[in-house]
Design a protein around this ligand. Sequence first.
Ligand code: AMP
Length: 210
Amino acid sequence: MNIILFGPPGAGKGTQAEIISDELGIPQLSTGAMLRAAMKAGTELGLAAKAAIDEGSLVSDEVVIGIIRERLAESDCANGFILDGFPRTVPQAEALEKMGVRIDCVLDIAVPDEAIVERMSGRRLCSACGASYHVKYNPSADGVTCDRCGAKLIHREDDKPEVVLHRLGVYHAETEPLIGYYTNKGLLKAVDGCGAPAEVTALVREALGI
Ligand code: AMP
């Protein structure tokens, strides 16, 4: 199954993608995680993306389309994949279509703006494996290190309140038009993303019919 997980920053795309990826045995393709890994490694791509990411703006379509094109060509995507954080603009969606990639379902995880800032101020990310936690809703066992790999948890610079407000503005202006784009193609299914992670997972499963 080829799935797009769609929604505003902080909707829980990463958390749900991780669960569904384990369950279906298909990879989670997170452009945000790929860009952060490139930044950490200090590659040319990472350096080019850093300014946009730090200020909460989008990295250029050309760069992210290139990353996804390469990633989708890898053999583990042959039986399906979950796109998490891509496409984020209409040109990115058009590029995906031009690559001949068939999409089975676009899940829109809907969360109102008011809930997003609270969520993101409590979000913590593993500095090594990228696993996602929340200080209140989904804490790690000791609150400071990752349950999965033991590395330190961090608060992403772009999850700080002033940057989150900017990211929400970018989402409404540039990403939200994709709701119409995929509705017109009959692919969009909306899921209420306001509940606890396990409640949202139940709705995601139902929407995907798994
Ligand atoms: P995320 O982890 O999905 O919230 O992404 C973090 C940041 O990476 C975003 O705020 C953007 O700066 C950049 N990014 C991730 N995916 C994309 C994309 N599809 N298009 C443009 N920028 C992206």
